[in-house]
Ligand binder design. Structure first.
Ligand SMILES: Cc1ncc(COP(=O)(O)O)c(C=O)c1O
Length: 917
């Protein structure tokens, strides 16, 4: 018996819908065979009609199988034509599963359909991408039917794409369709649409938004279309929006918001609309660099240049490496070239297809400018740091950021203020940096008279463990204190977020755009009151600060490892820019920084893959990310509800990773209760958790994270994961995660736990005691995570000696260690003794345990007993910058003294620099 109540969707109907159709096929088959041998039981009939009943309300939002097919299925069931019912359902489900419906020839059960409903194109359709177009207009079923047929009649075999229509009558339905149907690529709004749906939406409440009806009430027809257009663009910015109107088309065109691509006259524009719909999708489908490279690769060329691998020439005639071509195929070598002419382009000075590819990427990711990077976000971060920061500029940065920031800051000579994230001692992890911490540092710098030297704030969003900032709020409040602060958001793990309507608001580029619009809005300008001049710091910390619209500049950079979360070859990354002052103040230094860090022989395959990855994101990012998030939620459920697994492990949830003080909404499990509750939490909370990343707590197994990863997941089952902590392992879903891979992971976890249970059961009493001790160790808090202890005075900001702000010169501290006589090695207990004796111990290197992978010590940083205790408690196999034989590399007292008085081999302190560009 099928349980229709289990058809539950978190953020997309994808899994629930395909399960429902498969269950319906099974039930209808049983019904048909029962009917062949006698009268089928009412239970079977009820199951089939229950499933159809739950599919009916959602099918209206898809072209296939769509409402027509559902109506027919219902009629057949009601008429007890069980055999025809079963074959219709089977055909529909097969077409869904195999995706053969994407040929666009209409639904397959031709025998069951009225003749008039057959597709217009009788010749077999060539394989071409398929999409659906949403039409918002109240029509009767007969009118709907004839519109679909008319549109099919416009098709030509030479069309590059094929599409079908989804027709809804109201704005409310249009928003539901935009949330549910990932096949939609365009929407045509006709002026006569209704505001509210004329049917019950309660089963889809989490995808519905009844507030649209109130927004539309009393508005003139054109304004209603604009309001709906804006709402659709907010949900799905990639959708091409068109308006069809019967009246005054010329005037409407002049008032149309930028969200619409075009307006058409209802009577005249049908064919033109059809061609424009195809052209709109073609514009996103274009991959200028990939196309140029492909074209180039088939041209015969003589190669009197470097790169013997080009066109496979050094491989195909080789007696010893021909298996290279066998493995990779020849095309990849045909596409290997060092040409920058002949239709190709130069990454360092792009003017042709690469430039176009980057412009398309900017559009897709909502940036003003985008730059491709072929050496990962490690390089992207260094480029941005060098482009924006001059020696002496003060930079605020999360101490737990990726090492590339530390190196970038060291290279650019910044005065660095490390920010502390909130700790999660129980799991030996850090969360993210509270806004209060950032504001208090800015206020302290203001009090010290140094605000003019503060240049940049660098934060990681989302963090490795999936903690997501309220990006817009952070920027607003910081700009209220320092109006020209530049922001670098490290979105190495967050490129995909642009393509989910709830995540998007917390991306740097969307937040920058919203903030820029806000600062320009007349309402905001009129209502801006400015801070109370008498407010003390405590009041400012407790108040939500607003930026001064007359002074604030929106200067935002985001770096993304496209290769981590979207499609790209390894090392493909992008820098997205929304900086009002870029052209005037940054373009040249950015170019220099880009040249500093970019190879003059960039890898064209990486660039082409970035271009293709952008195309994919623009056309199916919404679908892939929705599926990814849905899969992650199913994985959580499968683990947490499993009777065996749940005894030994659990998926950490929002309250365990984000303390209540940062969750104003009070919603504990945002997506668990559906998209609407996720939106509510994501709109208000200081931090939220990315549900697609799952930290699995494995303390009760008694196995530590690193061993679990290496010995269990990787060695035994070939499952790759990236990060562990003492008692957690992190599973990251991505756009390639399939239902089968989720199922495999569950199988593997069950096998590991069973094996562990059996092993423990057979242990001797001594072994049992050791296992109990291991479990106790993994489930008890270890030494607290240490905060950033501070720089030694030798590396503090000399320019304003005696001031209380903590920024330090990492570059001086780093290069001082190049003189071996400045350094010595100390074993941990010697370091502890010196600290007990009141002598400073100062690191000469970055010391980075992996995991967790952030430096516990940076050059110039003071040791503390807390740091030593933390390092002692770590059972991490890998600690970069620490050699257990030699000990910690630290500065000698003499070197510190010389450095403090400006006589060190590293030279005097860098001068501070005010107001650099
Ligand atoms: C937060 C963060 N930033 C930057 C990077 C570097 O990215 P890439 O591997 O693309 O060089 C990483 C890598 O893990 C990261 O976690």
């Amino acid at each position: 018996m099928v349980d229709t109540a289990r058809l539950r969707a978190y953020n997309s109907w994808w899994q629930a819908r395909s399960d429902a159709w498969s269950q319906l096929e099974e039930a209808s088959g049983q019904l048909a065979s029962a009917a062949r041998t006698g009268q089928p039981g009412t239970g079977l009939i009820e199951t089939a009609s229950g499933l159809l009943g739950s599919l009916g309300p959602v099918e209206r939002y898809w072209a296939f199988p769509g409402p027509e097919a559902c109506r027919l299925a219902r009629d057949l069931l009601a008429a007890a034509s069980y055999s025809r019912f079963a074959s219709l359902v089977a055909e529909l489900n097969r077409a869904l599963v195999t995706e053969s419906y994407r040929a666009g020839t209409g639904w397959p059960a031709v025998s069951a359909r009225p003749a008039a409903a057959r597709p217009a194109e009788s010749t077999p359709a060539p394989a071409r991408p398929y999409f659906e177009v949403l039409v918002v207009e109240p029509l009767t079923p007969a009118q709907e039917h004839s519109l679909r047929e008319e549109v099919r009649g416009w098709r030509r075999p030479s069309d590059h794409f094929v599409y079908e229509l989804v027709i809804v009558g109201s704005a409310e339905d249009a928003l539901v369709a935009a949330r549910l149907n990932a096949n939609l690529q365009a929407c045509v709004i006709r002026r006569g649409f209704a505001a509210a749906a004329d049917h019950d939406l309660s089963s889809l409440a989490q995808f519905a938004d009844s507030s649209i009806a109130a927004d539309l009430a009393g508005q003139p027809a054109d304004e209603r279309a604009q309001i709906l257009g804006r709402r659709l663009a907010r949900l799905r910015p990639e959708l091409d929006l068109y308006l069809m109107t019967e009246v005054d088309v010329e005037n409407v065109a002049g008032r149309l918001s930028h969200h619409f691509r075009r307006v058409f006259h209802a009577q005249e524009g049908a064919l033109e609309l059809h061609l424009t719909l195809l052209a709109g999708v073609a514009a996103r489908y274009r991959t200028p660099f990939f196309e140029a490279l492909r074209h180039y690769s088939h041209r015969p060329t003589g190669m009197f240049h470097a790169l013997p691998i080009s066109q496979g020439k050094s491989i195909v005639s080789s007696h010893w490496i021909s298996d290279m071509a066998g493995f990779y195929g020849l095309d990849i070598f045909l596409a290997e070239t060092s040409a920058t002419g002949g239709g190709l382009d130069s990454l360092l000075e792009p003017t042709g297809p690469l430039r176009q590819a980057q412009e398309l990427a900017a559009e897709t990711f909502g940036a003003r400018r985008t730059f491709f990077v072929t050496n990962g976000t490690s390089t992207a971060n260094k480029i941005v740091a060098q482009a924006l920061i001059a020696p002496g500029d003060i930079v605020l940065v999360d101490r737990n950021c990726h090492q590339s920031h530390h190196y970038g800051l060291m290279l650019s000579g910044a005065q660095v203020t490390y920010l502390d994230a909130y700790p999660l001692h129980q799991y030996s992890m850090y969360g993210a940096v509270p806004l209060r911490e950032i504001k208090s540092r800015l206020l302290a710098l203001r009090a010290a008279g140094k605000l003019d030297r503060v240049k940049m704030l660098m934060l990681t969003n989302c963090t490795f463990d999936g903690i997501v900032y309220d990006v817009q709020r952070v920027m607003e409040e910081c700009l209220a204190i320092k109006p020209d602060l530049v922001f670098l958001w490290d979105e190495a793990w967050f490129a995909f977020a642009r393509f989910h309507p709830v995540y998007r608001a917390r991306t740097a580029m969307r937040a920058a755009r919203t903030l820029a619009e806000r600062l320009q809005s007349p309402d905001y300008r009129a209502s801006y009151a400015g801070p109370d001049p008498a407010a003390d710091d405590e009041t400012l910390l407790a108040t939500r600060l607003q930026p001064d619209p007359a002074r604030a500049r929106v200067r935002v950079y985001a770096t993304q490892s496209t290769h981590k979360t979207l499609t790209s070859l390894r090392q493909g990354s992008m820098i997205h820019v929304h900086d009002q002052d870029f052209a005037q103040r940054v373009a040249e230094s950015f170019h220099e920084a880009y040249m500093t860090h970019t190879s003059t022989s960039p890898n064209y395959q990486i660039l082409a893959s970035l271009d293709l990855g952008r195309r994919q994101a623009a056309l199916e990012g919404f679908e892939l990310v929705a599926k990814q998030v849905e899969s992650a939620m199913r994985l959580r459920d499968a683990i947490d509800n499993h009777p065996l697994l749940s005894r030994y492990m659990r998926c950490l949830s929002t309250p365990e990773l984000i303390p209540a003080e940062f969750r104003e909404s009070g919603i504990d499990l945002p997506l668990h209760y559906g998209l609407a509750s996720m939106s509510a939490a994501w709109e208000t909370d200081e931090f939220v958790l990315d549900p697609s990343r799952i930290s699995l707590y494995i303390g009760p197994t008694g196995i530590d994270g690193a061993t679990f990863k290496r010995e269990q997941l990787m060695d035994k089952f070939g499952i790759q994961i990236n990060k562990t902590s003492r008692n957690t392992v992190l599973f990251m879903t991505n756009i390639g995660t399939s239902r089968s891979s989720v199922a495999y992971l569950i199988e593997v976890l069950v096998a590991i736990v069973r094996d562990q249970e059996n092993t423990v059961a057979e242990l001797s009493p001594l072994g049992q005691a050791a296992q109990a001790a291991a479990v106790l160790k993994q489930t008890s808090p270890c030494a607290p995570l240490p905060d950033f202890s501070g720089f030694h005075p030798a590396f503090l900001d000399h320019q304003a000696a005696g001031n209380p702000t903590p920024e330090g010169d990492v570059r001086r501290a780093f290069f001082l260690s190049y003189d071996d006589t400045s350094c010595e090695y100390l074993q941990p207990d010697e370091a502890g003794q010196r600290l007990d004796a009141g002598q400073p111990v100062v690191s000469a290197t970055f010391v980075t345990p992996y995991p967790p992978g952030f430096p516990v010590l940076v050059p110039g940083q003071l040791f503390s007993q807390e740091i030593l205790a933390y390092m002692h408690g770590l059972d991490t196999p890998e600690v970069h910058g620490y050699d257990p034989q030699a000990g910690y590399r630290v500065y000698t007292a003499k070197a510190l003294e010389m450095a403090q008085h400006g006589t060190s081999p590293a030279g005097p302190a860098a001068p501070g620099r005010a107001g650099s560009g």
